[in-house]
Design a binder for this molecule. Structure first.
Ligand code: HDD
Length: 711
């Protein structure tokens, strides 16, 4: 029987004895269709020829009778579902979570109660503003939505790579998204906040400033999905079996390390490879370089919600790690690419309301509003069907199965056998019955209480400090990262047309973070530089906010170009052997030459510095960099090989020039310095040093800074 037939045989989602038991990584395999050595059939199973339509004579009109034609076209016409209202552009992968220990002292969540216990996961990364076909490298907050298929139900942490959010109350979400999405009149710009309405909103709503600072620094343009951290953003509650609860923040720390692009590189990469991030993730997993994250929590006491100088219910605030350190609780590994993008990545429907026993919400008004929005949006995306949880990628793998009195609806996949879909009943022996906490049922933390008060439509006074933490961020990043934020604001506000009410107003807000920041931005966008406003300023710093002051933990899966030439077999042989050595380190090393030949992986015409994390210039390449002698046909535009070296140099990448490969460097005004090695011959120490340089990732002494007078 083919797999579609098998699906229909599955009657009960709780049937864990069927192939693909709840904890099984291959649970989805039972739904996979294999078309090998099969006939084409209609959706109702009749074998047909669907390559020719039924006509009245071979030169005559197509007949209405042709059910094969009609259904094929109807199915095609209905292939699209609405893209996600936000986070439309994304990529996902399967994997597992492994708990480091028994964490029953802080939570009753079953996936955290045993060292070594593995739980299947699906993780979808995304950008927020762009539509489904937008470029991966857009500057944006990045979604990190993690689904744990626990043995007590699905638990989703629908988070971002930035630990704070723009707004504090979910009622403002439509305003935020309307402001950052393209303009309603001409639908410009795509996947970018560099326009008037975004900065009109940001400058009028200073709660956005903290997230904006993160997004405008390297966090907004990560090197890849593998090189970013994830955050649950809100304060959650963990609750133990005995009812003890703690407030927590969830973190996922990349075990590859964090790395980001710089803006000109991100722009170039967006054009060279709009799929750069999904490609990187896909290729790493296919190559067996499974990306990993360490899951950690910051644990706070219930009574300390206001103890840190801000409100733990306010999602625009971080809990500085030097005040509450991270407690690592487990490891998340992505080890399997989806079989079908639509069925898995497009149809996975995350919800902040997917929780399990041992996890509980808080009164954060952003979180509370999200509890409504996710299910509502799923109803829209599933064309009104409430049965979206029955789709294979969403189907829970709980040891309790799925039993309730929810019934019917479009596209019901199961055949409920009870004739008593109501509670209480006697006709079905009182089942399904309410689960108590002792029987494994979900429960709300007993410590949760309502703070007495009147009904109000306002913001808590404990939420009103919008500038202290953006300044903490500004103080805690490297000078080159500050320069990146300045440049980003100059770029973004340079695209804003409205002078006073938007550009000037935004500078006014920036001035409450830092006068240095405000003045440097103002001077480039033609608005008045403000005087310092010291009442807002402090010199505090904290740890863990910078991207560029960390080195990578591994270089596995990074891309390296070995520039060579087909004009010299010696050069090509050397390049091949270098690429082989580098591949041995887990690098994706590509020999670049004018045309394809034995050992050439790609051509200059198809290459760009932005596609590579490091560049090696092989010996024997000198003629290649001479614009007069290099072949226009093979290197269009003629200076492309030199451009690659120039861009790699200015983008702060690791470079090794071997022998007369050095000429390329001198032609672009480059010199030996940190991350740029000029060698006559190579041995293992050369490549070990290059590996260290790749771990450093960006050499920011090459990043142009404002002259000191304006800093
Ligand atoms: Fe959201 C999708 C993350 C606030 C309403 N959100 C969505 C996704 C992520 C986040 C990662 C994509 C999930 C996927 O890959 O399928 N959202 C966040 C974070 C927030 C946040 C970290 C703040 C802490 N979101 C937020 C608010 C609302 C929404 C306040 C509405 C009140 N979000 C949605 C949504 C989406 C969504 C419209 C669009 C598609 C979807 O849900 O499935 O319901």
């Amino acid at each position: 029987m083919d797999s579609r037939g098998e699906q229909l045989e599955r009657r009960d989602p709780s049937d864990s004895t069927a192939s693909g038991s709840p904890g099984d990584q291959s649970f989805l395999d039972q739904f996979v269709i294999n078309d090998t050595d099969t006939f084409t059939t209609t959706d109702f199973g009749t074998p047909v020829d669907d390559t020719h339509s039924l006509k009245a004579g071979s030169r005559g009109p197509t007949l209405l009778e042709d059910f094969v034609f009609r259904t094929k076209l109807t199915r095609f016409d209905h292939e699209r579902v609405p893209e996600r209202a936000v986070h439309a552009r994304g990529a996902g992968a399967h994997g597992y979570f492994e708990s480091y220990g028994d964490w029953s002292n802080i939570t009753a969540a079953s996936f955290l109660t045993q060292a070594g216990k593995q739980t299947p996961v699906f993780l979808r990364f995304s950008t927020v503003a762009g539509s489904r076909g937008s470029a991966d490298t857009a500057r944006d907050v990045h979604g990190t939505a993690v689904r744990f298929y626990t043995d007590e139900g699905n638990f989703d942490i629908v988070g971002n790579n930035i630990p704070v959010f723009f707004i504090q109350d979910a009622i403002q979400f439509p305003d935020l998204i309307h402001a950052v999405k393209p303009s309603p009149d001409n639908e410009i710009p795509q996947a970018a906040t560099a326009h008037d309405s975004a900065y009109d909103f940001f400058s009028r709503n200073p709660s956005t400033l903290h997230t904006l600072m993160w997004a405008l620094s390297g966090h907004g343009i990560p090197r890849s999905f593998r090189h970013l951290d994830g955050f649950g953003v809100h304060t959650f509650r963990l609750v133990t079996d005995s009812g003890q609860s703690k407030l927590v923040k969830f973190h996922f720390k990349s075990l590859q390390g964090k790395a980001s692009l710089i803006w000109p590189e991100a722009q170039a990469l967006g054009g060279q490879d709009a799929d750069a991030h999904r490609r990187d993730l896909w290729n790493a997993i296919e190559a067996g370089h499974f990306p990993e994250w360490e899951m950690a929590v910051q644990i706070m006491n219930e009574e300390d919600a206001l103890a840190f100088g801000f409100d733990l219910l306010d999602p625009t605030k971080i809990v500085p790690q030097d005040i509450v350190p991270l407690t690592p609780i487990g490891k998340l590994v992505l080890n399997r690419n989806p079989t079908n993008y639509f069925a898995e990545t497009e149809q996975v429907m995350f919800s902040i309301g997917h929780v399990v026993r041992g996890i509980d919400f808080t009164e954060d008004p952003l979180m509370q509003g999200r509890l409504f929005s996710y299910v509502d949006t799923q109803l829209n995306r599933a064309m009104g069907s409430p049965n979206f949880e029955q789709i294979p990628i969403n189907r829970p793998r709980s040891r309790f199965g799925v039993h309730n009195v929810n019934r019917d609806g479009a596209m019901q996949q199961f055949i409920p056998s009870s004739i008593a879909p109501y509670m209480n009943n006697t006709l079905n022996s009182g089942s399904p019955r309410p689960a108590t906490q002792n029987e494994g049922g979900f429960f709300t933390a007993p410590a949760r209480r309502v703070v007495d008060g009147n009904y109000v439509r306002d913001v808590s006074p404990t939420f009103l400090d919008y500038w202290t933490q953006p300044r903490l961020f500004w103080n805690s990043i490297l000078p080159a990262e500050q320069q990146m934020v300045v440049n980003a604001l100059r770029f973004e506000l340079g695209h804003v047309q409205t002078m006073m009410s938007v550009r000037q107003a935004m500078v006014g807000q920036l001035n409450r973070i830092s006068n240095d920041l405000a003045v440097r931005v103002a001077s480039a966008i033609g608005v008045d530089s403000p005087s310092p406003d010291p009442q807002y300023y402090h010199e505090n710093k904290t740890i863990g906010l910078s991207v560029f002051n960390e080195t990578l933990k591994t270089v596995v899966g990074l891309n390296v170009a070995v520039l060579s030439t087909t004009n010299s077999s010696d050069s090509l042989n050397q390049a091949k052997s270098i690429a082989q050595t580098l591949s041995g380190k887990g690098l994706n090393a590509q020999v670049v030459a004018e045309v394809f030949a034995d050992g050439v992986d790609t051509t200059y015409i198809a290459s760009d510095a932005a596609l590579f994390d490091g560049v090696v210039v092989a010996d024997g390449t000198s003629g290649l960099f001479d614009p007069l002698t290099s072949s226009m046909v093979a290197t269009f535009p003629p200076r492309r090989p030199l451009q690659i070296v120039m861009d790699a140099y200015s983008q702060g990448k690791a470079i090794v020039a071997v022998g007369n490969g050095n000429e390329a460097l001198s032609q672009v005004g480059g010199q030996e310095r940190a991350g740029v090695r000029i060698v006559n011959s190579t041995d293992s120490t050369t490549w070990d040093a290059f590996e260290d340089d790749l771990k450093q990732f960006k050499f920011l002494d090459r990043y142009p800074m404002d002259p000191p007078s304006s800093q």
